[in-house]
Ligand binder design. Structure first.
Ligand SMILES: [Zn+2]
Length: 432
């Protein structure tokens, strides 16, 4: 069905500005999850939603659901997160939630409050994990992949327990898994987000279709050498743990460059004893490797391990690896990626497919089997999680219009799938 009612993209941008004025200070957005400012943002948003013919509730993990009931119970989910990192930007997460609101409003008007399929707006709780170190909190509870037993003991920087912060927001830690009930009838999930990287800007493109989120291998690598006096130890007698780590820090670049979208980062290096007059006896380095293809990720991990052993041997050291964390790549749904590209081309003429380096709630939704994709809009200078995070208003407007087209295509697809179910295979390329 063609859309007769135009989406109010300007109005959505005005709402984003209103939210910024309400929840940011001189250092940026302060919508830290489970904090009074976050609750204020959510209450502000609820007041806006009251104008629409939707049912609203918070689920057992604190995710906020606004449902526009359709003729079919099969539901299109659209959303993102209102929480921000401390001193964050005005668009990360908020853009996805406010643009979903604009879509919901358009659909409600167009179909006189009764669209052919149900449309649900979701504001995920604590996407950022900035306070307790547990990212994707609400969406993982929804997906049934939460790790609450492991997370129970988490505290914030003031020593406050996660469990207590949740309770203050009406969330009981033992019950968050009940958020899984919201998966019922979910037929697709869409999320518009700022890219948070420089790729679209470098290609001079406003919008891109997201292939999926990259898998991550994160390790602590410890090189063991021998502490020794910097004056008395001849160069050829040293077992310098930093020298071995330094070689690896350079080697991860050619390892990543063998694959078009892969990235490897040595983000932290600590030396012991760490004084100016001693050869480094022990060096602890962290390695973060990411790619959308699981085989590429495994190959990079193996190669970095082999190289680390080679460099340890060259420097007369030893090396040990311990995994900090890992997550598998999550390729998005081929048919929805195809719809996303179509919507982008219809809006701005050209599109590009790209993987997401950062994780998103969409990865959790996709992981539990719900067809999912995301749309990225260009980030100026590729900067995010910072008050200078920005996107031109012209591009924001295009993004909201394109998301609306994507939502309509997806609604039509869900409706068509009807009794066949919504998991039929698409015709697009596979996301690898
Ligand atoms: Zn985000």
């Amino acid at each position: 069905m063609p859309t007769d009612v135009a989406i109010d993209a300007r109005g959505a941008i005005d709402l984003l500005k209103e939210l910024r004025a309400l929840t940011a200070d001189d250092n940026g957005a302060q919508r830290l999850a489970w904090s009074p400012m976050w609750i204020k943002a959510r209450e502000w948003f609820q007041a806006k939603l009251r104008a629409l013919p939707v049912e609203h509730h918070y689920d057992a993990a604190g995710n906020s659901w606004s449902t526009l009931k359709g003729k079919s119970e099969k539901a299109l989910l659209i959303g993102s997160h209102l929480d921000s990192v401390p001193n964050g930007g005005w668009l990360d997460g908020a853009l996805g939630v406010i643009s979903a609101y604009a879509v919901l409003k358009r659909v409600a008007e167009e179909y006189d409050g009764k669209p052919p399929v149900t449309v649900r707006l979701v504001d995920w709780a604590d996407e950022e994990g900035a306070r307790f170190g547990r990212s994707l909190f609400g969406s993982s509870a929804f997906a049934g992949t939460e790790t609450i037993e492991a997370d129970r003991g988490r505290t914030d920087s003031t020593g406050k327990r996660l469990e207590d912060a949740l309770a203050e927001c009406g969330v009981r830690i033992n019950e968050i898994g009940n958020a899984g009930i919201e998966r019922k009838n979910a037929a697709a999930y869409l999320e518009l987000h700022i890219e948070q990287g420089p790729v679209l800007e470098s290609m001079n493109l406003p919008l891109g279709a997201v292939l999926g989120t990259k898998g991550v291998e994160r390790h602590l690598i410890t090189f063991h050498g021998q502490e020794a006096h910097s004056g008395s130890t001849p160069m050829n007698a040293r077992r310098d743990a930093l020298a071995a780590a330094a070689k690896l820090a350079l080697e991860i670049r050619p390892i990543a460059k063998k694959h078009p979208d892969a990235v490897c980062t040595m983000g932290s290096v600590k030396t012991f004893p760490g004084i100016v007059t001693a050869v480094v006896g022990r060096c602890e380095a962290t390695l973060d490797q990411r790619d959308l293809n699981a085989d590429v990720l495994a190959a990079m991990y193996k190669e970095a391990q082999e190289k680390s052993r080679q460099f340890a041997q060259e420097e007369n050291c030893t090396v040990e690896w311990s995994r900090i964390w890992n997550i598998a790549p999550e390729p998005f749904h081929p048919q929805l990626i195809e719809f996303c590209e179509q919507a982008i081309r219809e809006t701005v003429g050209r599109s590009h497919r790209l993987p997401s380096g950062p994780l998103h709630d969409a990865a959790e939704v996709s992981r539990c089997g719900i067809p999912t994709t995301m749309m990225f809009v260009q980030s100026l200078k590729g900067i995010s999680h910072n008050k200078i995070e920005d996107t031109s208003e012209e591009h924001l407007e295009l993004a909201i219009v394109a998301l609306d087209k994507l939502a309509q295509k997806t609604m039509d697809w869900i409706q068509k799938a009807g009794t066949k179910g919504s998991r039929e295979q698409g015709t697009g390329e596979t996301a690898s």
